[in-house]
Write a protein that binds this ligand. Sequence first.
Ligand code: NAD
Length: 302
Amino acid sequence: MATIGFIGLGNMGAPMAANLVKAGHEVTGFDIVLDRAEALAARGGRTAATAAEAAAAGEIVITMLPAGPEVRSAYLGNGGVLGRARRDALLIDCSTIDVETARAVAAAASDAGFDMLDAPVSGGVIGAETAGLTFMVGGTAEAFERGRPLLAAMGRTIVHAGPAGNGQAAKICNNMLLGVSMIAVCEAFSLAERLGLAAQTLFDISAKSSGQCWALTSYCPVPGPVPSSPANRDYAPGFSAAMMLKDLRLAQQAAGANAAATLIGSAAANLYQLFVDQGMGGLDFSGIYRFIRKSEVKNLKR
Ligand code: NAD
């Protein structure tokens, strides 16, 4: 049994913290929305009145926050984790944030004598609820081995991706691949429709041909071929288009900072931006099929 301070009890953090409680750990939670910590207490955890109190409560401190600025201030700000955590605490940030912030916070943690891991996740809210997340972890091998049993209480696949920041690097590369492949699948189905080729027929052929990919066979954006895909429930997320846009922007930021050519990744980010600007950010990211299907080249060029 470990004592854990958990900061950020939103859609992902709440079920992750609850799984740690279920696994027998003592979890003290904090969120700026106070009733979220009370909800954790109702599931067997403890409530902290401040982030500082949660940070001081555990041998392990876990954060699950929206983005880089929140993570930076949670760790480096006044009353932040680095000032309040136990000297021997292991710090784990599970948020999806930019690589630069992840590395800067990890370096500050190391200067202050802490082990720190960046451990973003894949698997969404369902993965968080069922303890089925995949963790992509950056940090030293020692810190990884120390954190692994805790992560195993929240996830099924735990991969050490290398030194600090490499967990975030893996996350944004994977999600850029996913965003690009989803758009490619949508374009293929849209073209097929205009050519008079039935969606189910294209699916049956491509699922067994060289165009096969996860966005097609597990998460098909067209209603019908994959019954469990969000296309069959009016694109209720799932993984929202706004979240996909956030990750594609993080990939573009990293590509720009490191002179990597990601031309298709950039186009995917711009398409998701157009889609989100139309008020569709709350739809599942596969809902971009609707936008691509009704678009014509002359409209996109405007
Ligand atoms: P969320 O907005 O539901 O939760 C974030 C929580 O952090 C909120 O409860 C908010 O009140 C709290 N918070 C913000 N600032 C805080 C602070 N300074 N101190 C304490 N609490 C604070 O977001 P989420 O869906 O739980 O996502 C969390 C992270 O996980 C994000 O980085 C997201 O990109 C990533 N992620 C989400 C999903 C998903 O499907 N939702 C999947 C993979 C990764």
